[in-house]
Design a protein around this ligand. Structure first.
Ligand code: LMR
Length: 341
């Protein structure tokens, strides 16, 4: 019989825990597929007054699954309590956008939530908590959360752009007629919005630059880029709600990328704080950039990437959008009066 040496229990807080994304994610975490087969987990689930009944149901299902690694399930509606000693905070809960809305339409509605949750993390969570913001507009929500949590290192905050990276890899693989695992070095630059830039200049297929494999550069600049940028919106039209299963998968990917060493020569995308970035991107915003990790929960930015005019122009556009979002929520970051364009 296999003898296991259990690691120390890890506390994982999840907001929006009664929602669709969480319903996929929580069972993956509890099963061990995220943090590994020797890692016992405690799930601390945050809901709202409106969702508390549903949250009780989720907790019941988790308990009834008899996951050997799931040692504790707690639920609550007070973030100061639920975030107590959290080492990971997966912030999913927010009002999702419906058909016809842009993610920025949610700035006002959701910003407040992330300001409060930042304060709660600052007060209650483990001082080195890793925070992944999923609720939209996720880059600016991550910035708001970070600004309200001055005791937590700024580099611990992530906005989820892994779903966009996965979408981009899938489209490149389909076009090139290869399996998706042959696509590497895929950066999403910028905002998790329609200005995001899926970088086909630095990405590789079977180790070769994408542009050498896919000769139709017009397709890359137009169809491919737009397809990735608008994938979330198209999905909302089809489902009548935003993506849930693939989002949960991409959260798993994002966590695993931080707790396992990045394969040699490759990288992953995450929306992270821009201070000190080597690309000349404006400081003090949360911007998706290429990252590598030693597997210790931290990351460093990849230095050896190249730029051309097309890429720089697109990056500037996403940067401008994020600066506008930031001005709009200044009252929530403690930087004055919010002014939306
Ligand atoms: C997505 O990309 O599918 C999600 O961010 C939901 C959305 O608003 O598009």
């Amino acid at each position: 019989e296999e003898t296991k040496s259990w690691k120390k229990l890890v506390n994982i807080a999840v907001s929006g825990a009664a929602g669709m994304i969480s319903n996929h994610l929580l069972f993956k975490i509890a099963s061990g597929e995220v943090f590994g087969p020797n890692q016992p987990v405690a799930l601390k689930l945050l809901g709202s007054e409106r969702s508390i009944q549903a949250l009780e149901g989720v907790a019941m299902e988790l308990e009834d699954s008899l996951f050997p690694l799931l040692r504790e399930v707690s639920i609550g509606i007070n973030p100061y309590e639920v975030f107590q000693d959290a080492e990971w905070a997966l912030l999913i809960g927010a009002k999702p956008r419906g058909p016809g809305m842009e993610r920025a339409d949610l700035l006002d509605i959701n910003g407040q939530i992330f300001a409060e949750q930042g304060k709660a993390l600052n007060a209650s969570a483990s001082p080195n908590v890793k925070v992944i913001v999923v609720g939209n507009p996720c880059n600016t929500n991550a910035l708001i959360c970070m600004k309200n949590a001055p005791n937590i290192p700024a580099k611990n905050f992530h906005a989820l752009t892994r779903l966009d990276e996965n979408r981009a890899k899938c489209q490149l693989a389909l076009k090139a007629g290869v399996f998706y695992d042959q696509v590497s070095n895929m950066t999403i630059w910028g905002n998790h919005s329609t200005t995001q830039v899926p970088d086909f200049l630095n990405a590789r297929i079977k180790g070769l630059p994408v542009k050498e494999v896919i000769k139709d550069h017009k397709w890359l600049e137009e169809e491919f880029t737009e397809k990735v940028q608008k994938r979330g919106g198209v999905l909302i039209k089809k489902w009548g709600r935003s993506s849930a299963a693939s989002t949960a998968v991409s959260i798993v990917d994002a966590i695993r990328s931080l707790i396992t060493p990045t394969p040699k020569g490759d990288w992953f995308s995450s929306g992270v704080y821009t201070n000190g970035n080597p690309y000349g991107i404006v400081e003090d915003i949360v911007f998706s950039m290429p990252c590598r990790s030693k597997g210790d929960g931290d990351y460093e930015l990849v230095k050896d990437v190249i730029f051309d005019d097309y890429l720089l122009k697109r990056i500037k556009k996403s940067e401008a959008e994020l600066l506008a979002e930031k001005r709009c929520v200044a009252h929530l970051t403690g930087e004055g009066i919010g002014f939306c364009d």
